[in-house]
Design a protein around this ligand. Sequence first.
Ligand code: HEC
Length: 87
Amino acid sequence: MRKILLLSILLAGTSFANEEGGELHEESCVRCHDSGMYTRDNSKIQNHFDLRSQVSACANNLGTGWFPDEEGSVVDYLNNQYYKFKE
Ligand code: HEC
């Protein structure tokens, strides 16, 4: 019982982060590239580290002023949605 409770809290947390990431992404990131960028054949993103670096670079370029956890939720969103890297 306890395990189930814990699991559902964890899952709820994940989907919340995913939602936040999705919204932030929608707000700031689709003006230059749509999701096709993430699935292009010659993607430069090979692993989770690359993904974090690229999200950081694009976010900084843009001057989003995101907090690290907001940036992290966008990384999670993109990873869940497109890249599927292990962290
Ligand atoms: C000012 C335009 C611009 C905005 C806004 C922008 N990007 Fe980018 N992004 C680029 C360009 C250009 C590239 C391709 C860079 C390259 O090929 O080296 C890119 C590439 C990427 C990639 C790598 C795609 C791949 O698989 O090769 C990711 C991930 C990414 N952007 C995430 C984001 C996120 C997250 C945001 C929102 C903070 C964002 N971008 C906003 C211009 C932008």
